[in-house]
Design a protein around this ligand. Structure first.
Ligand code: SF4
Length: 396
């Protein structure tokens, strides 16, 4: 830690940019070890922690740190969906390098129970899953630090091609990238020369290692990160920056819901019939006279007799914060239900994307809610089609 810590809270963006430019200018001609060693002591860099996945190349930065200051906090995000080999490797490295302050970070139990109760969210919405299991826990763990040290390198892709030693991480933190200028051969040479233990999965064809469900082996000649979220338009976990800010997608379960707009005194009486929300907007119920199977939010989806189910199943949402209905919908789709699925009750516009990705075709809301959250708030809720569950089912 720097001897004289400065207070960067409330720092203006221009001041932060000037500080980062100054750090980059001062350390421009330094090597990785010098950047790391001096950044840990430099008051301009503030209080730093190292964030490590204990993945394929993590040992290099961890070894450098262990040579400089073993008591530096190291944050390890355990998504609870990692390979067992990663967990064993994390233990082994921490002991072998004598790292004295490794902090294991996990998602909050309540958030997990609400948003991913059956651990299948990654099958339907990888952004939401990374958000839940990585980005949110990391942001919470970073509170109290002015910056974090990463092992990112320029050669790792076009989005990192201009990576500097120091960069912004939103208004209150910076990132330090001591290995920014290293080439793949530098990494290999450092591991060889220091006889550092490799992650066991590297030898089995995994040059880049993330969570088990989202990582596959890579063939010769493929990009090293080709096995991450293979087949999806995704190559970062969500712990990333856009326009200088940490981007986290809106979390419909936990983000505050804006206060409903009060009705004007002379507003017309709301229509008593429920309103059906689809991708094209509001509509009246075209199924009102037909048979419906109503399921409560505590229904066991495995116990639903799909053979005799009518063409519409309606799942109750008793409160905005109760996400069990999303899980039920996913399970029914997984079991092959092809009819219409409708979410009914306390579902708000922010949850429409989640509903569609979970397999719902539509949402049934009260006329009162339709008045408070008019059609324009429901339409164009993100581009959920990118992860359209039913399209993916059809494509096999
Ligand atoms: S990498 Fe996959 S399993 Fe891991 S948090 Fe992201 S979506 Fe979930």
């Amino acid at each position: 830690m720097p001897e004289a810590a400065l207070d960067f809270s409330g720092e203006a963006p221009a001041a932060q940019a000037a500080r980062i430019a100054d750090l980059n200018a001062r350390y421009e001609h330094h090597g990785a070890t010098a950047v790391l060693e001096r950044a840990l002591k430099d008051p301009q860099a503030g209080r730093l922690t190292l964030v490590s996945s204990f993945g394929a190349e993590s040992v290099v930065l961890l070894h450098l740190l262990s040579m400089i200051d073993r008591s530096t906090p190291v944050l390890f995000i355990d998504t609870m969906l990692l390979f067992p080999e990663t967990l064993a490797y994390q233990q082994e490295l921490a002991e072998r390098l004598n790292l004295r302050d490794v902090r294991v970070i996990r998602a909050d139990d309540i958030a997990l129970a609400r948003q991913d109760p059956d651990g299948t969210l990654h099958q339907f919405d990888t952004d939401a899953c990374c958000d839940l299991r990585k980005t949110v826990p990391l942001q919470r763990a970073l509170a109290g630090f002015d910056g974090w040290i990463t092992g990112r390198k320029r050669f790792q892709g076009s989005t990192r091609a201009t990576l500097e030693f120091f960069e912004t991480d939103g208004p209150t933190r910076i990132k330090v990238n001591p290995l920014a200028h290293w080439a793949p051969e530098d990494v290999r040479a450092y591991m060889d020369e220091n006889r550092l233990p490799r992650h066991p999965l590297v030898a089995r064809g995994y040059p880049s290692i993330g969570c088990a469900p989202c990582t596959s082996p890579v063939a010769a000649g493929e990009d090293p990160r080709a096995g991450r979220w293979r087949g999806q338009d995704k190559n970062e976990c969500g712990i990333h920056i856009v326009d200088g800010k940490v981007v986290r997608r809106s979390d419909p379960m936990t983000d505050p819901v804006s206060e409903p707009t009060p009705l004007a005194a002379n507003a017309p009486e709301p229509v008593p019939e429920p309103v059906i929300v689809t991708d094209t907007g509001f509509a009246s119920d075209d199924w009102a006279a037909k048979a419906v199977l109503d399921l409560g939010s505590d229904t066991d989806p495995a116990a639903v007799d799909l053979g005799s189910a009518p063409g519409l199943i309606r799942i109750e949402f008793p409160s905005f914060s109760d996400g069990r209905g999303f899980s039920i919908a996913r399970q029914l789709r997984l079991r092959g239900y092809q009819g219409r699925l409708r979410a009914k009750g306390h579902v708000i516009a922010d949850q429409y994307t989640m509903a569609r990705r979970s397999g719902f075709d539509e949402v049934e809301i009260s006329a009162d809610l339709a008045t408070r959250q008019p059609e324009a708030q429901w339409r164009f809720r993100a581009n959920w089609q990118v992860h359209d569950y039913q399209s993916r089912l059809r494509q096999g």
